[in-house]
Design a protein around this ligand. Structure first.
Ligand code: GUN
Length: 295
């Protein structure tokens, strides 16, 4: 069993990005710029956004954080997005989800200029992904593809089982793994809450991507010997013994499953770090497009 270390793989991606930024700056060009909108102060969102900003700065990107009150109106948020759409100094726009209930996520996502949609959530990006047209890939599935690439994990002809069908992870993941890509060409089964024989199907997976948001859901009896296990779960669980009062749990019962696997991502320290690497790569693509630089 080998750990797929998100810290190592993300550091490799970031090092390459930093080299590219250093070259751009040496050419007297501006730095790539990511703008993040955070509505309210959800604890997990605060952590993710802080990490996105820190990572931007580490590789020489400009990162702007726009904080809006929990009670901001939908129109108020849409008008901030409009400003960023029209601001030529901004390459990528990310609205941290979830949003307060009174705001339509769909409307918000659709209002982002598809050329700046570094989250890859806009219908144009999602449509391009399905059609195999180069586009912004949602950061988490993108990060997982980068992880498979970094550790050179064979995927061609393998059976990948994706648990979860969200627009952010499961669905785009299933498309990428089945696409004709260096780390695609899998036969993919996508399981969800209405899959009656999920355990049986999961146990057939050469590669299992658990993205359902249920801590410890994948048990040893659900995986076959030598499977590659990708754990996307990041649920906060109250834990008085921890300084922060909680611990982070993945969707896989790591203790049980790790010994049976060939490769496994830990939580934390696995997919989460790769997600940011995916986002940074998307932002550089947006920048290059805006600046007319060949990708
Ligand atoms: N909330 C949880 N994951 C994500 C993500 O990848 N992008 C955004 N914008 N919000 C999220």
């Amino acid at each position: 069993m080998q750990i797929l270390d998100g810290k190592i793989a993300a550091a490799a991606v970031k090092e390459n990005l930093k080299k590219e930024v250093d070259i751009l700056l040496a050419q007297n060009r501006r730095a790539p710029h990511l703008a993040v909108i955070l509505v309210g102060n959800n604890g997990a969102s605060e952590t993710y956004v802080a990490s996105k900003q820190k990572n931007c700065h580490e590789i020489g990107f400009i990162s702007t954080l726009i904080r809006l009150d929990e009670n901001v109106s939908e129109e108020g948020l849409l008008s901030e997005i409009k400003k960023l759409n029209e601001d030529a100094s901004v390459d990528g726009i990310l609205v941290q989800l979830p949003l307060p209930k009174h705001i339509s996520e769909k409307k918000v996502i659709e209002s982002i200029n598809p050329n700046k949609d570094v989250d890859g959530f806009h219908p144009v990006s999602a449509g391009n992904l399905v059609l195999g047209i180069p586009t912004f890939i949602p950061a988490t599935p993108y990060g997982i593809m980068l992880m498979l690439e970094h550790y050179n994990i064979p995927t061609k002809g393998k059976h990948a089982v994706v648990i979860g069908r969200s627009n952010i992870v499961g669905r785009p993941m299933s498309i990428l793994l089945s696409s004709n890509l260096p780390h695609g060409n899998c036969t993919v089964t996508i399981c969800h809450s209405h899959t009656p024989n999920l355990e049986e199907i999961c146990a057939q997976g050469d590669i299992v991507v658990a993205a359902l948001g249920k801590p410890g859901f994948v048990k040893a009896n659900m995986v076959k010997d030598g499977a590659v296990i990708i754990d996307v779960g990041i649920t906060r669980i109250e834990d008085a013994t921890k300084k922060k009062g909680f611990r982070i749990s993945g969707d896989v019962d790591f203790e049980e499953v790790a010994p049976k696997s060939s490769y496994i991502t830990p939580v934390p320290g696995g997919v989460g770090l790769m997600t940011i690497a995916g986002l940074l790569k998307n932002t550089l693509v947006a920048y290059k497009k805006a600046e007319g630089i060949e990708a």
